[in-house]
Structure formats: C-alpha cells, structure tokens
Design a protein around this ligand. Structure first.
Ligand code: PLP
Length: 453
C-alpha cells in the first residue's frame, strides 16, 4: 500500500477521509496535495514537489521533519516497549520526562499529569482547578474566567472556555457558561477608541478586575493563552499583561491556568511564554511542540499546593478521577526526551534571537503593502492581518477568504501555509535557517501582493 500513485491516493482521500475544519464539498472538488515525506523544513508530496512548512505542521514542529536523533530515539523505544499503562504501573520514559519537564518549567510547577492532546491538557487543568476548590472547602468556586478570542481546543470543555464565535457559536447550548473578559487585541481594541496598545492593555485589565470583583468568590480559575492568543489570530498581549493577570488571580483567590499548548517549547524565544513574564501559573497545559511534532502527547503541570489538596484516605474520594488510555505513552515520551536533548545540544534557544530579529524586520516591511493592516509577532510566531481598507481598518468580509487565497497563491512559491481568517500565520520549525526564512517571507510578500494588489 506504500506505493500507490498520486491519483489513487487522492481518490482514497476524497472518498474516505473527513478533514478537520474543512468544508468537504469544496475539498471534494479539488485535487489535494498528498504528503508522503518530510525533510528538515520541507514537506514532500507524492509527486516529489517540495513545500516549505510555513506553519510547522499546525504549530507542532520544532527541529524539522525526520530529525535523525528523534527518529533513532523512537526506533529504539519501539524495539523496547511500545505501550504500557500508567493506571497501576509506571514506565521509565514517562518518569524521566516528568522530571525533565519539571526541571525546565517555571519554578513551582512540580507535578506532571499526562494526556495526549492540547484540548485534554486544558480540560484536565479545568477539572483539577474545579476539584481543588472543592477539596479546600470552597465548593462555591465553580466558575471560570476566559478571554474573548481565546482558543483552547475543540472538546466541549475546551470550547466552553473558548471565545471564537465562528467556531464555537453552533455548540453554545452544549457549553458551560464562563465569565468572559476582553482580550487585549490592540489593533481592534473594543475598549479604547484610539486603539493604542498601552491603553488597550490597561483597559482590559481594569475590566478583568471589575469582573473578578463581581465574580471572584464563585470563580475557580482563569484560563489564558499567555503572550499570544494563537487561533484567535496571533493576537499578542502587551508586555506585563500576563504578569498583571497573575497578580489579579492572587488577589481574588483564582487559580491561573496557562495554556502553553501553542507557545510552549521555545516558540516565543524562551522555553515557556510565562518565563518571559517571570511568573508561574498554578496549572500549565502543554502539547503541540512537546514531542517536536512527532507524536500526540500532552502534559498538565500543577503546583505542590494543588497536588496536596488531592491527597487523603482512599474512602475520602479525593482522588483525581481522570485518565486517558494512552496516558504517558513511552514512544511519545521518548520522542519528547530526544527533543529536549536537541534543545540542549544544538543550543536552540541561543540561536533564535537572530532569526527573531530577521522575522521582525521582514514583518515590519510588509506594512508598506496597502492591504496589510497589522503585523504581530512574539518570537518565532507571526501574524499578518490583511484588511480591505487600511485607514478605517475595515476587515475583508470573511466570505471573501482572502487569507485562503494568499495561502493558495503561496503554493506556487513552494510554501505550505494555513491562515486564520484574514491573518496569514508564520509559524515555521524553530530549526528553520535564515535562507529558508527568507524564502518563506519572500513568498508570503509576493503572494499577498498578487492576491490583494
Ligand atoms: C492547538 C491548541 C489547543 C488544542 O490542542 P489539540 O491538540 O488540537 O487538541 C489548545 N490550546 C491552544 C492554545 C492551541 O493552540
């Protein structure tokens, strides 16, 4: 089955695969690119065409595709043990990885609860926070504060704390209600008419504090994507915002749950985004980059204080009754360990600043294009917002799908991109070279000009 030709593969895909976030009626009328290989920053299709992976295979890839050291680690692990449960047993790779994660995590996070995707990592955080409040004698603390434009995954609990109406609206009747705070989306600030980034952040915090004053006593936790709201459109928070949110959570006795599923593992220039703000959340969700894009794995980290609240006699029912079948899978953990080794051996974080500056310079230059309204960046993650009218910031109507058109055009330049509405996303493997980054930004620039010109 490995050697089917492109036509047959496309036929099988069209006939049998239901793709995520995809209008299948359209998909069925197109010829999909079928990826069969990966090499460094490139994906290679069944006809041998190469595409620079501009979105790091949906924000997961760190060291490039088919990285020898990770391949070898996975092969070695497969020969030893493919899976064994964490229900009633430990396994070596899960134990070693937990220690390594605690070593690099913001100080104070010291317990690792495994699962296998970002949505579950967040839901586990929500359930932990909820049950924690019960155990410490605050059963009235049952609510959560979430942010507008937030994305925490697609399962029902994760959607409940999400704030993107176009994805989440249809499921509203199924969701638990949250207290929704404004997010500092300076370019489109709803709170400050002058849309100035400093006032926007300040006004958002003021409103957050007002909501906490009102709902604090009944609130268990606050869920935040620190530094960058990813799927909401690569919306970058002003410096100090996360730090102030941490302070407010302390003041109103609310647990802070940091969703670092997208930004963890070096994306913003430090190992974790919270590190940039010098804070430790009470709970931190990790996934995407954890295995460098190799295998599904997630971890929810918690502090000793939270963990201790779950300790007791068996009959007291303080146990955290939650677990997934593939929790702590040793092959996935082996890939994650190999990835952390590469971070150290290749001094990956030390090598990022010049790539980050290059990206910054190139993004800034894109503002000269008439329909580029805003560019946003945090480390090696960038967003380019296209607008119909720059003066008034009038967006392109979503039905025009200008983002999709730009990404389609970019294929002619040998790039694979995936937009977020009218925002073109730049999220390449962290291992990308400057030459490849140049190819990526040149292609994006030309594609934007071709489509919006
Ligand atoms: C992708 C993402 C998730 C969901 O992860 P899945 O593995 O797709 O379930 C959650 N939070 C953030 C910030 C994400 O970017």
């Amino acid at each position: 089955m490995d050697t089917l030709d492109t036509k047959t593969l496309q036929e099988y895909d069209r006939r049998y695969v239901w793709h995520p976030f995809t209008q299948m009626k359209e998909w069925e009328s197109e010829e999909p690119i079928v990826i069969t290989r990966g090499e460094g920053s490139y994906l290679i299709d069944s006809d041998g065409n190469r595409y620079l992976d501009g979105v790091g295979s949906i924000w997961t890839n760190v060291h490039g595709h088919c990285k020898k050291e990770i391949n070898d680690a996975v092969k070695r692990q497969v020969e030893k043990l493919e899976h064994s449960t964490l229900l009633g047993l430990a396994n070596d790779k899960a134990a070693i990885l937990a220690k390594r994660l605690v070593d690099i995590a913001p100080p104070g996070l010291c317990k690792v609860f495994y699962s296998d995707n970002g949505s579950t990592a967040v839901e586990i955080g929500i359930k932990m926070a909820f049950q924690y409040q019960q155990h410490r004698g605050k059963p009235e603390k049952t609510r959560f504060i979430s942010f507008r434009n937030a994305y925490h995954g697609d399962t029902i609990g994760a959607v409940s704390v999400g704030g993107i109406d176009i994805f989440h609206g249809v499921f509203r009747p199924l969701l638990f209600p949250t207290v929704q705070a404004p997010s500092p989306h300076c370019y489109r600030c709803e709170l400050s008419p002058e849309r100035n980034s400093e006032t926007c952040g300040r006004l958002c915090l003021k409103e957050l504090e007002r909501l906490m004053e009102l709902h604090g006593p009944e609130t268990a936790g606050l869920v935040i994507e620190p530094l960058v709201q990813g799927a909401g459109g690569m919306i970058v928070q002003p410096d100090g915002f996360v730090r102030r949110v941490r302070k407010l959570c302390d003041r109103y006795d609310i647990l802070m749950i940091a969703d670092e599923v997208a930004v963890g593992f070096g994306r913003t220039g430090t190992m974790f985004a919270c590190e940039k703000e010098g804070i430790t959340p009470d709970i931190m969700a990790l996934s995407k980059g954890i295995t460098a894009g190799y295998l599904p794995l997630a971890a929810t980290l918690a502090t000793q204080k939270i963990y201790d609240a779950f300790l007791g006699e068996y009959r007291e029912l303080r146990t955290f009754f939650h677990g997934h079948t593939f929790t702590g899978n040793p092959i996935a953990c082996a890939a994650a360990l190999a990835s952390l080794d590469i971070f150290e051996e290749e001094r990956l974080l030390d090598n990022l600043p010049h790539k980050i500056s290059y990206l910054k310079e190139r993004l800034k230059a894109l503002l000269d294009i008439p329909h580029v309204g805003d560019v946003r960046q945090a480390g090696m993650c960038g967003g380019i917002e296209l607008v119909k009218d720059k003066e008034s910031r009038e967006p392109y109507p979503w039905e025009e799908r200008v983002g999709i058109e730009v990404c389609r055009e970019a294929r002619k330049h040998g790039l694979f991109l995936r937009p977020l509405g009218n925002v073109i996303v730049v999220f390449p493997p962290l291992s990308i070279s400057i030459e490849e980054l140049k190819q990526l930004l040149d292609g994006i620039e030309d594609s934007i000009k071709a489509v919006t010109g």
